[in-house]
Design a protein around this ligand. Structure first.
Ligand SMILES: [Zn+2]
Length: 328
């Protein structure tokens, strides 16, 4: 059998939960020898998956960087909409494997400036990935139990398996040893915890394949462990924020400081890529998300300062094949 290449597809490139016209929510796909891995599941992921011509029966794994809704909101749809085609010519498709953060060690506390009013679901106020998937199945039990009575459907018990990623232990002053999330038939996925405000844990992922390596930053401030994880990768898909734009559009004080504690600014991301020594920096998860707010050329020019590799402003549907035709 001829082995196929590895291909990266950006399914959506918008940051933050609010839907904007013209750009779908954050999600990327990596296709390795026909198996599809999805990284983050923001708004429109199932549609982006179909638009990209990907095969729902070959959806193998979903990797959640953290549990904010802009990264998880369409997980239910990605599991449930294509359920009926989760069959292969010879057998049912194996369950979709979903990986992401577990329950945090502590429920984050607020402060005077930013706090909760009502605590939702106080018996489990900070559910992890396996909880989320369990609740999706419970919430859609009607569909899963009743639809097979009217249409031939695969066994819903084989639809999904969720795994909480254990945060790597670290000694004080030492870098994290990445957690091995998946090591299966030529795909090695490793994760490190990064810094995204109160969203703890939040992960960055590195995929190594026979064709090359791709790193997904998730949402993070500039983080040495991400830079170590990304060392020498072919492609770094990195989120980007323009904090100056936000400041010019009414953000300030503590609210702007919070944003700086959540994100990597466009002026910093080139330095991240340079220190990591990656081949190409592809921008995604834009903040502001509106396509007209900042031009692609402006994003790429500013992000590429200080980076000697290739910088590309990502857009929905952008594809890259590994190994690249230019390199190697
Ligand atoms: Zn986000």
């Amino acid at each position: 059998m001829v082995r196929m290449a590895t291909e990266l597809v950006l399914l959506g490139t918008a940051g933050a939960p609010l839907p904007v016209p013209g750009r779908a929510g954050i999600s990327s796909a990596l296709v390795v020898d026909g198996r599809v891995f999805v990284i983050d599941c923001g708004r429109g992921t199932p549609s982006g998956f179909a638009d990209a011509g990907l095969d729902f029966a070959r959806l193998d794994g979903v990797f959640l960087s953290h549990l904010h809704a802009d990264h998880t909101g369409d997980l239910a749809g990605l599991l449930l909409y294509p359920w009926g085609v989760r069959v292969r010519p010879d057998a049912p498709a194996p369950p979709v494997r979903v990986y992401g953060p577990g329950r945090p060690a502590q429920v984050p506390a607020g402060d005077a400036g930013f706090c909760r009013q009502t605590t939702i679901h106080p018996e489990l106020p900070a559910p992890g990935t396996t909880d989320l998937v369990g609740h999706i199945l419970a919430g859609y039990a009607y569909h899963l139990n009743v639809m097979p009575l009217d249409a031939a459907m695969p066994d819903p018990g084989q639809l999904v398996r969720a795994t909480d990623i254990a945060v790597p232990a670290r000694a004080p002053g030492q870098p994290q040893v990445p957690a091995v999330v998946l090591d299966d038939r030529g795909v090695l996925v490793r994760a490190v915890a990064v810094t995204h405000g109160h969203a703890v844990p939040a992960f960055a992922y590195r995929f190594d394949t026979a064709d090359g390596s791709v790193v997904f930053s998730g949402d993070t401030t500039v983080h040495d462990d991400l830079i170590a994880l990304a060392q020498g990768a072919d492609i770094l898909v990195h989120h980007v924020a323009d904090l100056g734009y936000l400041e010019r559009h009414g953000w300030g004080g503590a609210a702007l400081d919070r944003m700086a504690g959540l994100h990597t600014d466009v002026t910093e991301v080139g330095g991240v890529a340079e220190r990591a020594g990656v081949g190409e920096l592809i921008l995604s998860h834009y903040l502001p998300a509106e396509p007209g707010a900042v031009s692609e050329q402006d994003w790429a020019t500013r992000a590429g300062l200080g980076f000697s590799g290739r910088t590309t402003a990502g857009r929905d549907g952008l594809r890259r094949t590994l190994p690249s035709a230019e390199g190697r």
